[in-house]
Design a protein around this ligand. Structure first.
Ligand SMILES: Nc1ncnc2c1ncn2[C@@H]1O[C@H](COP(=O)(O)OP(=O)(O)OP(=O)(O)O)[C@@H](O)[C@H]1O
Length: 261
């Protein structure tokens, strides 16, 4: 379980600019197997929150604990997927999938065994020998997600992972991530700018607001479970409950932006 208690982040003033209170008193618990999605206007502190969880950044005050132990820096128990995946474009798919394990010192036979398992999970069979630069954006992002997962992290952290994909590829990738989430039981923290993506994917939604960055609303969501129980993604997203929720969330975000303007 990941626990964030009264965490605040103040970025110091640079040149003539004022200090930025990027997060104020953030309280968040991510239970094992929970899929938490963060939504909110640009600059509300979503990436700052992800960086805290990843251990890339220390809070100015407050605490972050993973299974009771303070988070003091990055670790193998947390893996990050960015919009711009950090793949080795000249290396093939299999080598990219195995690369994180190599850095961890896992023996060659074992890391290629794990990498091959992920080829299947990611629907990339037949592409194991293709250099990554030759793949489509959607396939590259699947390799990026796979590489994060091969390390078997407790928590998968994703910052706008699907933002650069076209609409159809993005929907397919959402469905794939949900299926992997269900199969592997990982905790996930995902940042997105898409309200629809947030509602479809999350089991818990937090809505954040800027200046200072804080969590203003929390919702439990049923939609990913409906999809995983067999309802089609289209039916879920077109259902009256989904549309009503989408309007509620959009209302909250627009009201925040008007206040900030
Ligand atoms: N290293 C930094 N130094 C100073 N200010 C920063 C730094 N990083 C972020 N900020 C500021 O902190 C606030 C929160 O930034 P953050 O990137 O966490 O927001 P965000 O919600 O992820 O934004 P976006 O949706 O645009 O990615 C913003 O006002 C940003 O300008």
């Amino acid at each position: 379980m990941l626990e964030i208690r009264r965490a605040s982040v103040l970025y110091p003033a640079r040149d003539k600019s004022e200090p930025v209170e990027a997060l104020r008193n953030v309280e968040l618990t991510i239970e094992p197997g929970e899929f938490v999605v963060a939504l909110g206007a640009s600059g509300c502190g979503k990436s700052t929150l992800l960086n805290l969880i990843a251990g890339f950044l220390a809070p100015s005050s407050g605490q972050i604990k993973l299974d009771g132990a303070p988070v003091t820096g990055p670790g193998q128990d947390r893996a990050v997927v960015f919009q711009k995946h950090a793949l080795m474009p000249w290396m093939n798919v299999l080598d990219n999938l195995a690369f994180g394990l190599k850095l961890q010192g896992v023996a060659k036979a074992e890391r290629y065994k794990v990498a091959r398992e992920f080829l299947t999970v990611l629907g990339l069979e037949g592409f194991e020998d293709s250099p990554v630069y030759m793949l489509s954006g959607g396939m590259q992002q699947r390799v990026g997600i796979g590489r994060a997962l091969t390390a078997d992290p407790r928590i998968l952290l994703m910052d706008e992972p699907l933002g650069a994909l076209d609409a159809l590829t993005r929907e397919r990738a959402q469905e794939l991530i949900l299926k992997i989430w269900e199969a592997q039981g990982k905790s996930v923290f995902l940042i997105t700018h898409s309200v629809e993506e947030a509602l479809f994917m999350g089991s818990k939604l937090i809505v954040m607001s800027p200046r200072p960055g804080r969590i203003t609303h929390r919702f439990d969501l049923p939609f990913s479970r409906r999809f995983l129980a067999g309802e089609s993604a289209r039916d879920v997203k077109a259902s009256p409950e989904f549309i009503a929720m989408r309007e509620t969330i959009l209302g909250i975000i627009f009201a925040d932006e008007e206040k900030a303007a």
